[in-house]
Design a protein around this ligand. Structure first.
Ligand SMILES: C[S@@+](CC[C@H](N)C(=O)[O-])C[C@H]1O[C@@H](n2cnc3c(N)ncnc32)[C@H](O)[C@@H]1O
Length: 205
């Protein structure tokens, strides 16, 4: 790994080690909405963290590859998956997505809050994600459209604009590009209205 990638991995390992809990990590609410109407197949969760976005689909019959730069997050996910009897449905894959991307083709690729203060070529990663879709597969991207008051990163300028990566319209179609309000719960049960940016892209062939 490059120096920057090593620093990024160290940062995210420290972040996850400080925030891991024994409770079941929740899935992204948009993932639950979108994936509930899909037939389970092969899923890839990019920047999966400790695993709500991998465990939820695995419980519903998906075979999930969980990719993250953090060995701490992936080890926690593996322990939890085994404890829930889902070890056979979840494969952890350590990747610095700015350098490598998981092999295979997928019916659903998700990237939720794949925000980092280290270099990450977002468009290139999302293009690879779109290319990794099987025909008919979907890419769900959810990003912060506003900064929650308790966020570790309080720079509103760091909230990226919602934009689909450049893709051939003959092979991919943007099904949804929405800005959606959500009541979020932060540390200590504090709540606030936040905005999610959602992008749903389908590979047509
Ligand atoms: C803001 S967290 C979001 C975690 C999870 N998707 C969620 O919605 O709760 C960003 C995640 O991306 C991972 N990450 C950051 N940079 C990465 C990189 N270059 N390659 C792969 N994963 C990365 C972090 O370890 C972390 O799990």
């Amino acid at each position: 790994m490059t120096t920057s990638a090593t620093e990024a991995a160290r940062f995210w390992d420290g972040h996850h080690a400080a925030h891991l809990t024994d409770g079941e990590p929740r899935p992204n609410v948009r993932l639950a909405e979108v994936a509930a109407r899909l037939i389970p197949g092969r899923a890839l969760a990019l920047g999966s963290g400790p695993g709500g976005d991998a465990l939820w689909p695995a419980r519903r019959g998906w075979h999930v590859t969980a990719a993250d730069i953090s060995a701490v997050a992936l080890a926690h996910l593996a322990r939890r998956a085994r404890a829930l009897g889902l070890g056979g449905r979840i494969t952890g894959a350590r990747h610095d997505l700015s350098a490598t991307f998981p092999a295979g083709s997928f019916d659903l690729v998700s990237a939720h809050y794949l925000h980092t203060s280290f270099p990450l070529p977002r468009d290139a990663v999302l293009r690879q994600a779109a290319q990794a879709l099987s025909p008919g597969g979907r890419l769900l991207v959810v990003e912060h459209g506003s900064v929650a008051p308790w966020s570790w990163h309080q720079d509103p300028a760091a909230v990226p604009a919602l934009a689909a990566p450049p893709l051939d319209p003959a092979r991919w179609t943007v099904e949804r590009a929405d800005a959606l309000p959500r009541r979020a719960t932060g540390p200590g049960g504090r709540t606030a209205e936040v905005v999610d940016h959602l992008l749903l892209i389908r590979r047509t062939r």
